[in-house]
Design a protein around this ligand. Structure first.
Ligand code: NAD
Length: 355
């Protein structure tokens, strides 16, 4: 049994169909008077619902959130918050909207209330990310952790199958890495196992029946547990690689997670036997990496980095960046081994995962 340190993150979570109706009450509890709504372009319908539930407090709307939080988007959001004198952000949508809210909170004392509508999990973490000059930086700061999180499955009934699949696999990656984290603890591991169970059962069903309210709730609970896991322990190779590829080559974040997850799990398979056993049991399979590959195929997720637009000649640069800074990982990370992993994931060579 290894030593552990667990520090609870303080956020208030509301879960349930229709809980968006409680928004005004929750803003009252926070003492929020002037609220900026942050979302991504195209989400105007749900933004209108949130505005209607906010009790007349929305003084500014910023709908330019995009993945990886490019510096110019963060600046735009910071300026909008300052000029409207907002004291709270309602971040509505996927983790891109939540990420932009966090960029503002990093530079100010603004509070965040998050209403997540994908499964990526940023709402439960103190982790921020910013992309400057082609490099994605991430860090932890309790100031960016949303004070309130409202999970309303009704807002996710129209989530496209592609986003359901990729953000759901992103959440599963949080769970898998939490199980073999250098600072894993019993609470996070229990959450990660349950998160894997909930997500692995609901995602394949949701891809064919997107409006299944019951399963939307199951998946959103899985996302809650996955985000909690991500926020509580140190992440390893899988997340570092995804940040390298996303920030440097502008690959879609959740799709990159979806492609890499079976490969990074296979990379660590032999050096994290307990975690792999727990993950396999949660997935109801014999071998966790093989089971993860099967789920990614079942939900029709992209199968190779090539499919995501990465060029073969970028594999070497990606391997160089991935080993620039050391981080804990069950299997030592060498450039040659990472290059082999990336080459297999680039080609979608499933033999790397199953053999
Ligand atoms: P996203 O927020 O970019 O959303 C993907 C697409 O789905 C967008 O077009 C969005 O408008 C749309 N969408 C969202 N909810 C919808 C709904 N209910 N119905 C219809 N369309 C909807 O993608 P994401 O995967 O949620 O987030 C990716 C970003 O989050 C990346 O930048 C990643 O780095 C970051 N992230 C951060 C953390 C963290 O802890 N800091 C954790 C996970 C992901």
């Amino acid at each position: 049994m290894s030593a552990a340190i667990f520090e609870a993150q303080s956020s208030r979570v509301l879960f349930g169909p229709g809980c968006l109706a409680q928004l005004s009450v929750e803003l009252d509890r926070l003492g929020a008077q002037r609220v900026m709504l942050v979302s991504s372009e195209g989400r105007s319908e749900m933004a209108e619902k949130a505005t209607a539930s906010a009790g007349g407090r929305i003084v500014e709307s910023f709908d330019q959130a995009v993945q990886h939080v490019p510096q110019h988007v963060a600046h735009g959001a910071c300026e909008a918050a300052a000029s409207s004198n907002a004291d709270c952000i309602v971040a509505l949508g996927g983790s891109s909207a939540i990420g932009v809210a966090k960029a503002v909170a990093l530079e100010s004392s603004i509070l965040i209330l998050a209403i997540p509508t994908t499964y990526a999990g940023s709402e439960m973490t103190p982790i921020w990310g910013l992309t400057r000059e082609g490099r994605k930086e991430t860090g932890r700061n309790p100031r960016v952790q949303p004070k309130v999180v409202m999970y309303d499955p009704d807002l996710t009934l129209g989530l496209p199958a592609k986003v359901t699949a990729s953000s759901g696999l992103n959440a599963m990656a949080h769970c898998v890495e939490a199980l073999y984290a250098s600072d894993a603890n019993p609470l996070t591991s229990a959450a990660a196992v349950e998160g894997l169970k909930l997500l692995s059962t609901s995602l394949p069903l949701l891809v064919s029946q997107p409006a299944d309210r019951e399963q939307r709730g199951v998946a959103l609970q899985g996302a809650w547990l996955a985000g909690f896991s991500l926020g509580t322990v140190q992440m390893a190779l899988h997340h570092k690689l995804c940040h390298t590829l996303g920030g440097t080559f502008d690959l879609r974040h959740a799709d990159t997670h979806a492609v890499l997850l079976p490969y990074t799990a296979a990379f660590n398979r032999d050096l994290a036997p307990d975690a792999m056993r727990s993950a396999a049991t949660a997935l109801g399979v014999k071998d966790a990496p093989t089971g993860l590959l099967a789920i990614s195929k079942a939900v029709d997720a992209p199968q190779s980095l090539r499919d995501l637009g990465m060029k073969e000649e970028d594999i070497d640069r990606a391997a160089d960046i991935a080993v620039e800074r050391p981080y804990p990982n069950p299997r030592p990370v060498t450039r040659d081994d990472i290059r082999a992993l990336l080459a297999a994931a680039w080609a979608g060579n499933g033999d790397y995962v199953t053999s």
